[in-house]
Design a protein around this ligand. Structure first.
Ligand code: TGC
Ligand code: FAD
Length: 390
């Protein structure tokens, strides 16, 4: 806990329980030891560091809120948020891997799965022995997933799955995929597809300038024969995947502020040390404006996230509140990354500092799990009662 260095301008630690501080400290120290020293290199090489999967599992970063009996951490939502904050302080791609595994693979299996599915998959997903991905987005249906074309039809004890998903985090190495597809009546259902099933391939998406340390790919289904028992019995309609997104978006609200904290701390340190015109650049009013606004926005976001966590623990957080927090954190973090980069001058564009990497990552974070525009429209709809999507 003593090693934890983080902006806490409004003594928000006083609002946290001892167990929260311990979890945060454990993840923070692990990130410092296992992620920070290697991440720049993996990012430059556009490779996901698979060797960290075991550590993420041991720390409890996969499914922290899933009950212990299924291998999860049995923790509350503030603990989950703090974990995502610390992981994303390391890199958004690392947090992404944990978000997908916990909120988009374990959560739907736990919430909508049969007892047999929960017992078969959850304990192995919790340790990282099995890795999963979540297929909702399609080439022609991103913000509007209800138009999806991926579909299946019944054939005896199996269903035959056809279609394609795009932009899927963890797809290139995932052992299983939670896939959302329409049944013969056009109803969206969740189905667990396993690597090795004939006709199922996961080509990697190359050439990204963002989230380079995260593996992204497609899911292609060419008459894939999936046992009927792999359909999630409890999910029917778009509400199923959107409920999972509410869990993952909540984690991102905390995570993006972790990236913002890392940028702020790098910029503050540099500004105190860098001398120009005979004095530290931190002494110039223009630099102070940037730093003062950064810490103000981080503090406001920390408080918003904490309150959202309390509401979530009480079962009272609404999807629209989660959208507001996800959008706010992305906005705050992206602005802080850009301003931190200016404080670092030319050094800001190098891998000597984490800032440019965070800045580029945050472009994806602002886009996935619902774009910045979609979340603004969700707030707009919530306060006006009028849907501006269609
Ligand atoms: P709409 O009619 O509004 O909703 C359909 C049903 O779903 C309910 N609902 C939600 N339930 C839980 N949580 C939410 N956030 C929910 N939002 C809506 C809604 O009440 C309704 O229920 P019911 O009972 O009436 O059927 O649906 P729509 O088709 O009008 O769409 C609304 C819209 C645009 C907001 C939605 O489609 C949307 O959120 N679009 C954005 C798509 C998106 O976020 N995709 C993310 C893909 S996954 C991903 O990016 C993973 S990145 C992972 C990583 O690397 O970290
Ligand atoms: P589009 O929906 O085509 O949007 C393009 C632009 O139009 C955006 O600015 C958008 O805001 C705007 N727009 C669209 N509709 C409206 C409207 N009604 N009003 C105003 N503006 C609108 N998906 C998964 O299913 N699983 C994953 O694991 C996953 N991981 C991802 C990882 C990365 C690195 C990235 C970049 C994406 C990932 N996604 C994943 C996909 C992500 O969720 C989509 O990219 C996102 O939902 C947006 O869809 P789109 O890219 O098709 O953009």
């Amino acid at each position: 806990q003593d090693l934890f260095q983080s902006p806490d301008y409004f003594a928000i630690d006083d609002l946290l329980k001892e167990e929260h501080l311990m979890i945060r400290s454990a993840v923070r120290q692990w990130v410092k030891k296992e992620v920070s020293p290697i991440i720049e290199d993996y990012c430059q090489r556009a490779t996901f560091p698979t060797q960290i999967i075991d550590g993420l599992g041991q720390l409890g970063c996969f499914g922290p809120t899933i009950p212990v009996e299924y291998g999860g951490g049995g923790m509350d939502h503030i603990a989950y948020g703090l974990m995502m904050q610390e992981l994303e302080r390391g890199d958004s791609g690392i947090r992404s891997t944990a978000s997908v595994q916990g909120s988009l693979v374990m959560y739907p299996i736990f919430t909508f799965g049969s007892e047999a599915q929960k017992k078969k998959y959850l304990p192995k997903l919790a340790t990282g022995e099995l890795m999963g991905c979540f297929g909702l987005t399609e080439p022609d249906h991103g913000s509007n997933p209800s138009g999806m074309l991926t579909n299946f039809r019944a054939e005896g004890d199996y269903v035959i799955l056809n279609g394609a998903k795009m932009w899927i985090s963890n797809a290139p190495f995932a052992d299983i995929a939670v896939v959302w597809a329409k049944d013969e009546s056009g109803v969206i259902r969740g189905i667990i597809v396993e690597r090795g099933m004939e006709g199922f391939t996961t080509p990697e998406t190359k050439g990204k300038w963002s989230l380079r340390a995260s593996a992204t790919g497609e899911l292609v289904f060419d008459n894939v024969k999936v046992p009927k028992e792999n359909i999630l019995p409890g999910a029917s309609g778009l509400k199923g995947p959107l409920t999972c997104l509410s869990s993952a978006r909540y984690g991102i609200a905390w995570g993006a502020i972790g990236a913002a904290m890392d940028c702020y701390e790098a910029a503050l340190r540099y500004a105190k040390e860098r001398i120009q015109f005979g004095r530290p650049i931190a002494g110039f009013q223009l630099t102070q404006k940037k730093l003062a606004e950064m810490i103000t926005e981080i503090t406001k976001a920390q408080l918003l996230n904490w309150r959202l966590g309390v509401l979530k623990n009480e079962g009272k957080a609404t999807p629209a509140q989660i959208s507001m927090a996800k959008r706010n954190s992305c906005e705050v973090a992206a602005n802080i990354a850009r301003n931190a980069r200016t404080i670092l001058g030319g050094m800001g564009i190098t891998g000597e500092f984490p800032v440019m990497r965070h800045m580029m990552n945050l472009e994806s974070v602002m886009t996935y799990e619902g774009t910045h525009e979609i979340h603004l429209l969700i707030t707009g709809m919530d306060v006006t009662g009028l849907d501006a999507f269609k």
